[in-house]
Ligand binder design. Structure first.
Ligand code: DX5
Ligand code: ZN
Length: 218
């Protein structure tokens, strides 16, 4: 198994052909299916909700990596857990009581991720870092696929990796936004071990080959 995990974002698939996309991913080296839930309030865009997760769950055994870009995530954590999410990630900026929402996710028995917008300092995680399974660093401003990678995200990943190592923790570091087969190496070198990718994979001539390239293996 590869050290690097790849989480293709289903948001970049043709929504009228989701089933085909899922089967394509199952036959690839994808580790997760990344589900971008947007509410039109936390971010300017609206995508899909619990029903998409529930329907995906019926058709795949790949872990569902649910990225909630919604305000008041505590209102929906249980519903996404019941729908079949495996990892539930919410934004620190959207949670008034970050610790409480972490506990809520953990109570569902699902893995808990916390996401930070590009500008949000790592400090907000200082006291909760040992309680979470994954940190999702946004490398674009959330809301849309196919945006350009923000270069300072690399420094942020390096700093997070240092925090992780100095505390002897084992959480995953996921990065999301503007990742392609050209910048992925620098991202992995900065300490990221879970790569989200939407546009690069779904617009590729051979999406399965692109997935292999993103884990830096053939
Ligand atoms: C952005 C989403 C991302 C995005 C990734 O708000 O969270 O998951 O769709 O897509 P690409 O790889 O196209 O930037
Ligand atoms: Zn995402």
């Amino acid at each position: 198994m590869s050290m690097i995990k790849v989480a293709p974002s289903i948001l970049s698939a043709d929504f009228t052909k989701i089933y085909d996309a899922v089967k394509m991913l199952e036959a690839s080296r994808a580790d997760y299916i990344h589900c971008d839930v947007m509410d039109g309030v936390f971010v300017p865009n609206i995508t899909f909700g619990q029903k998409m997760v529930r329907d995906l769950r019926i058709h795949t055994s790949l872990p569902l990596d649910v990225h909630l870009m919604i305000v008041e995530p505590e209102r929906y954590v249980e519903e996404f857990a019941e729908a079949g999410a495996d990892i539930i990630t919410f934004h620190a900026e959207a949670a008034m009581h970050l610790d409480r929402v972490i506990q809520l996710v953990k109570k569902t028995g699902k893995k808990c991720g916390v996401s930070l917008n590009p500008h949000t300092p790592l400090d907000v995680l200082e006291y909760v870092l040992d309680q979470i399974d994954m940190v999702l660093l946004m490398s674009v401003n959330p809301g849309f696929g196919a945006q350009s990678f923000i270069p300072y995200s690399l420094k942020k990943a390096q700093e997070l990796k240092k925090m992780k190592e100095s505390r002897g923790l084992a959480f995953d570091i996921e990065m999301d936004g503007g990742i392609d087969d050209k910048n992925v190496r620098s991202i992995v070198e900065a300490g990221v071990n879970v790569i989200v990718s939407g546009n690069t994979i779904f617009k590729a001539k051979d999406p399965q080959d692109m997935i292999s390239r993103l884990i830096l293996e053939k």
